[in-house]
Write a protein that binds this ligand. Structure first.
Ligand code: DC
Length: 228
């Protein structure tokens, strides 16, 4: 098995640095980085734009056939379009996060996004980040990592990120939204946030992006050495 053909499932709670670390791993190894949270965010954005309440389960399910999502990859960067519009950072707001968490609890929404995610993993050579990648989307991935950090550490990171982007929020708001989202994501019935039995748990408090990425690349190299 070649390193550039591996499938890496990277799961864990919001704010653990999965996307930044996955991007760093992808840049160093040539894997394609697939951000699955963006799909739930895009479904959420559609509902918010159409005035459908985040908890109107029937309304959300009824609107799903109109949600036309396309993913493309340009120079290793994932671009998401919604009904023909490139949505870029419009899915990175607190409102979109809130909606994403709500819609991701609905089994019909998860089923709607399942094939798109599975087919991205089929060819190999991917690092996919999400919540259920190692358990549902790519249960046979060669490498499964459940990456997390303490709630305070994750809130500090997200707060810093939002300040850098000029978004006006308080640390307390960020902390309480992370606590609420963790609770929703881990208590929901459909694909709750949970490490796969065979995942390697990686608590990255005190790690930098660089050292976290090195840790994952180390696991990939170990796998290749054992299986070639
Ligand atoms: O990783 P993120 O913050 O962009 O994810 C947004 C929301 O989508 C989050 O509340 C959890 C949910 N999600 C999910 O249920 N399954 C995934 N594979 C990815 C994200």
């Amino acid at each position: 098995m070649k390193l550039e053909k591996l499938r890496v499932a990277l799961d864990g709670p919001g704010g653990a640095g999965k996307s930044t670390v996955a991007k760093a791993v992808a840049a160093k190894t040539g894997l394609i980085y697939v951000d699955t949270g963006s799909l739930y965010r895009t479904v959420g954005l559609y509902m918010a734009r159409h005035g459908i309440d985040a908890y109107d389960v029937e309304g959300i399910i009824a609107a799903l056939p109109q949600v036309d999502i396309k993913l493309t990859y340009e120079d290793g960067k994932q671009c998401v379009s919604l009904c023909g519009e490139q949505i870029g950072d419009k899915i990175r707001t607190e409102e979109a996060s809130y909606y994403a968490s709500a819609v991701s609890k609905i089994p019909e929404v998860r089923a709607f996004l399942l094939d798109m995610q599975r087919s991205l993993g089929d060819a190999g050579g991917v690092i996919m980040d999400g919540r259920d990648i190692g358990t549902v989307i790519m249960p046979d991935a060669e490498i499964k990592v459940f990456m997390t950090a303490t709630v305070e550490e994750r809130a500090r990171r997200r707060f810093r990120e939002q300040q850098e982007k000029g978004i006006d929020v308080t640390f307390e708001d960020v902390l309480s939204s992370i606590i609420a989202r963790d609770k929703q994501d881990s208590e929901r019935e459909a694909a709750p946030l949970k490490a796969a039995d065979d995942a390697i748990i990686f608590v990255n408090d005190g790690h930098t992006v660089e050292t976290s990425a090195e840790h994952i690349i180390g696991l990939m190299q170990e796998y290749v050495a054992k299986n070639s």
